[in-house]
Design a binder for this molecule. Structure first.
Ligand code: COA
Length: 260
C-alpha cells in the first residue's frame, strides 16, 4: 500500500515508521490511524521486520494529538465508536504487537500522541520533547488508553495531576516520572533508538515475543500474569531459538538465533 501520511523504511530489520504530517504537527487523523494499522499489520507478518521504531516527522512534534478538526461535531455515539475503533486498530494493536516497538519521541507528544507513545513497549525522548494529556481542556477525556496507561507508567497521583491540569511536562520530568527511559539530544535520538533496537535484535525474538505477552498480562483484567508467564516459559522450551541459545552457551559460542 502507498501511504500518504506515514513513511515506512526497513533498515536491516529495524522498521522506522514516521508519522508524516508536519504541517499539522503530525496530528492523528482517521487516514493516518488507518495507515498505521496497515503498516503494523504488514510488519507483523514480514519476517524481515525485527523491531519497530515509531517517530514523528520534523523537529517540532512526535504527534500533537488526535486531529481535533475531525471530531469537533461528533455525537456521543460517534465519540464512543472513535475511541473503540482507535484502541482496537492502533493503540491496543501496538501494545500487544509481538515484536518490540520503541517510541522515539522527538517533540510534542500530546493527547493521542502521548497515548501512542505509551502504547509502544518503551519510550526514548529528545530533550525538546513535551508530553501531556490536554483533553480536559477541550471538554473531553483521553480516549485512546491514556487514562489507563498513564497511571500504569507514572502512578495514579501524577497521572491524575497531568490529566486534570491538562499541562505538559518536559523530557527531564518525563524521565523522572518513568514515562520515558532515556533522554538524548534530538540529533542523537534515532541513532540512540536504533542502537537499542540492535541490542534487542541480538537476542531471541521469539522469546521476546513471549516476554511481551507475559509482561502485558500483568495489566489485563482477570488474567493471572504469573500463569501466563508459566505457559510462555514452557512454550519457549519447544522453540529452535531455545535449543540454539542454550547449546551456544554450553559450547561457549555466540548464539545465532533462527527466530523460530
Ligand atoms: N489536531 C488538529 N490540528 C492540529 C493539532 C491537533 N491535535 N495540533 C496542531 N494542529 C495544527 C494546528 O491547527 C496548526 O494548523 P494550521 O497551521 O493549519 O492552523 C498546525 O498544526 C500547527 O500548530 P500550531 O498550534 O500553530 O503550533 P504552535 O507551535 O503554536 O502550538 C501546540 C503547538 C502543540 C501547543 C498546539 O498546536 C496545540 O495545542 N495542539 C493541540 C494539542 C491537543 O490538544 N491535543 C490533544 C487532542 S485530543
Amino acid at each position: 500500500m502507498n501511504f500518504e501520511n506515514i513513511l515506512v523504511e526497513n533498515n536491516e530489520g529495524i522498521l522506522q515508521i514516521t508519522i508524516d504530517r508536519p504541517s499539522k504537527l503530525n496530528a492523528l487523523n482517521k487516514a493516518t490511524i488507518e495507515e498505521l494499522h496497515v503498516a503494523f499489520t504488514e510488519a507483523k507478518v514480514n519476517q524481515d521486520v525485527k523491531v519497530v521504531i515509531l517517530t514523528g516527522s520534523g523537529e517540532k512534534a512526535f504527534v500533537a494529538g488526535a486531529d481535533i478538526s475531525e471530531f469537533s461535531d461528533f455525537s456521543p455515539e460517534e465519540g464512543k465508536a472513535l475511541s473503540a475503533k482507535g484502541q482496537a486498530n492502533l493503540f491496543d494493536f501496538v501494545a500487544n504487537f509481538p515484536k518490540p516497538v520503541i517510541a522515539a519521541v522527538n517533540g510534542f507528544a500530546l493527547g493521542g500522541g502521548l497515548e501512542l507513545a505509551m502504547a509502544a513497549h518503551f519510550r526514548v525522548a529528545s530533550d525538546n520533547a513535551k508530553m501531556g494529556l490536554p483533553e480536559v481542556s477541550l471538554g473531553v477525556i483521553p480516549g485512546y488508553g491514556g487514562t489507563q496507561r498513564l497511571p500504569q507508567l507514572v502512578g495514579k497521583g501524577r497521572a491524575m495531576e497531568m490529566i486534570m491540569t491538562a499541562g505538559m511536562i518536559d523530557a527531564n520530568q518525563a524521565l523522572q516520572y518513568n514515562l520515558v527511559n532515556h533522554v538524548v539530544s534530538q540529533e542523537e535520538l534515532l541513532d540512540f533508538a536504533e542502537n537499542l533496537a540492535g541490542k534487542i535484535m541480538r537476542n531471541s525474538l521469539v522469546a521476546i515475543s513471549s516476554a511481551i505477552k507475559a509482561v502485558n498480562a500483568n495489566f489485563e483484567t482477570g488474567v493471572n500474569g504469573f500463569e501466563t508467564e508459566i505457559n510462555e516459559f514452557g512454550w519457549c522450551f519447544g522453540t529452535e531459538d531455545f535449543k540454539e541459545g542454550t547449546s551456544a552457551f554450553l559450547n561457549k559460542r555466540k548464539a545465532n538465533f533462527p527466530g523460530e
